[in-house]
Write a protein that binds this ligand. Structure first.
Ligand code: PMT
Length: 401
């Protein structure tokens, strides 16, 4: 059976371009089902899409093209991908807010399929802080944008806001569909964030990890169809969409949670900055200030990654390394000592890399000796590059079995 694309058409002058997109997708063998907003139906007739696609167009929440079927649930569940092209600022805002006030937004809330958005609007509207903030919100939830291009608009204004051309949109759909299959149903276990080791009820030993890198890896894995469990130390980040999140405080708690989920995972990725030591005794009450020096005795925490990698079987085990000097030398030593398949190292002293910031520069070291230096880019882009490699390794290993 051919794969189904749900094409959402909204009220932009570029609505006519959706005809081209629909035709080209059908040419590639996809089934296209069209859902229009009411504004879109004023710009182009639903009958045009019905003739092109051979399927009824849905525009109203109460439309039921197949009797007895709840259309928005059926379309949400049967579609392999949702493409909104063109997408207006208004529809982007409604999606960011999670509104379900028409057929298209209701389907977007009900679907588990990846969502791609090709915006089309006046440049002032596209660059408006409100629109950009909605775009970021949606990107954080895994929605992918096919960026608008620069040009002269129907109104005569010049700038960024023209809908991307048809081949770009179609290629993005194909790439996204193949990506969303690469880890379909594979269980991926990820650690992220810092651990807090209590000194007393108000103080702890911790580190600067924000969790951004690990959460980005969790999102990138989920976007490839994986079933992701994220074991997170304390962070200020919201749970990534569609990911099972287990929150812990200490290294010992993280260790126990990893042990509990390791057996059922196929891929383990340790991005967490686990405290190597903890105070031997956590005081039950707040320690009062004194005038004399105070010695705190620290004892080692379990090496979570090292422990599980020793019994990895045919699982793929990926580590991270935070280094400050002799970066590659130390990373190579960790890769071997911890029995890893892949290690991503970052120099945490380099500006724009490592802890807290939104960007990172990773170098990937493979067990077979290959080294791949990635450029500095957003943590989400780093996570995508890493997961591309992990998915390829997983698929190669599965074929070899
Ligand atoms: O969270 P962010 O602010 O986005 O920052 C991202 C990051 C800098 C934390 C991340 O990119 C990173 O480098 N994570 C690894 C941090 C670390 O603890 O590195 P390490 O070299 O000390 O440890 C090596 C590996 O062993 C890591 O995979 C770590 O998760 C694991 N480990 C370490 C100690 C321990 N007791 N148990 C472990 O599992």
């Amino acid at each position: 059976m051919s794969r189904q694309i749900l094409l959402g058409v909204t009220g932009s002058i570029a609505a006519y371009r959706a005809c081209d997109v629909a035709r080209e997708l059908m040419h590639r063998g996809y089934t296209v089902r069209v859902v229009m907003t009411h504004s879109a139906t004023r710009l182009i007739a639903p009958a045009t899409f019905e003739a092109l696609t051979g399927h009824p167009v849905v525009a109203d929440v109460f439309d039921e093209p197949e009797r007895g079927q709840i259309a928005h649930i059926r379309l949400a569940q049967d579609s392999d991908l949702v493409l909104i092209a063109p997408a207006t600022a208004h529809t982007i805002a409604r999606l960011a807010l999670g509104l379900a006030d028409d057929m298209l937004t209701t389907i977007c809330l009900a679907t588990r399929a990846p969502i791609l958005i090709a915006p089309a609007m006046n440049p002032a509207m596209w660059t408006h802080p409100a629109t950009q903030s909605h775009v970021r919100t949606l990107q954080e939830r895994g929605v992918q944008f096919i960026d608008p291009t620069y040009g002269i608009m129907a109104c005569g204004d010049e700038g960024w806001g023209k809908i991307a051309d048809t081949p770009t949109i179609v290629e993005a759909v194909i790439a996204r569909l193949s990506q969303s299959e690469s880890l379909k149903g594979v269980r991926v276990l990820i650690t992220a964030g810092p651990t807090y080791e209590p000194i007393d009820p108000v103080r702890f030993i911790g580190n600067r990890s924000s969790g951004k890198m690990g959460y980005a890896v969790a999102e990138a894995a989920r976007q490839r169809g994986a079933e992701v469990t994220l074991i997170s130390g304390p962070t200020a980040l919201p749970d990534p969409f569609g990911v099972q999140v287990i929150r812990v405080q200490t290294a010992q708690q993280m260790y126990e949670a990893v042990l509990e989920h390791f057996e059922s995972c196929a891929i383990f990725i340790a991005t967490a900055a686990v405290a190597d030591y903890r105070p031997e005794v956590a005081l039950p009450r707040k320690r009062k200030r004194g005038s004399r020096a105070w010695t705190l005795r620290l004892v080692p925490n379990p090496d979570i990654l090292g422990a599980v990698a020793q019994r990895k079987g045919n699982r793929l085990v990926v580590g991270f390394a935070a280094e400050t000097d002799k970066v590659l030398e130390h990373a190579r030593e960790k890769l071997q000592r911890k029995n890893l398949d892949l290690l991503a190292v970052n120099d945490v002293l380099e500006p724009g890399s490592g802890f807290e910031v939104d960007t990172n520069r990773l170098t990937l070291l493979y067990a077979d000796g290959r080294v791949e230096a990635l450029p500095q880019m957003s943590k989400r882009a780093c996570a995508d590059a890493l997961m591309e490699q992990v998915a390829a390794m997983y698929q190669a290993a599965s074929k070899a079995v």
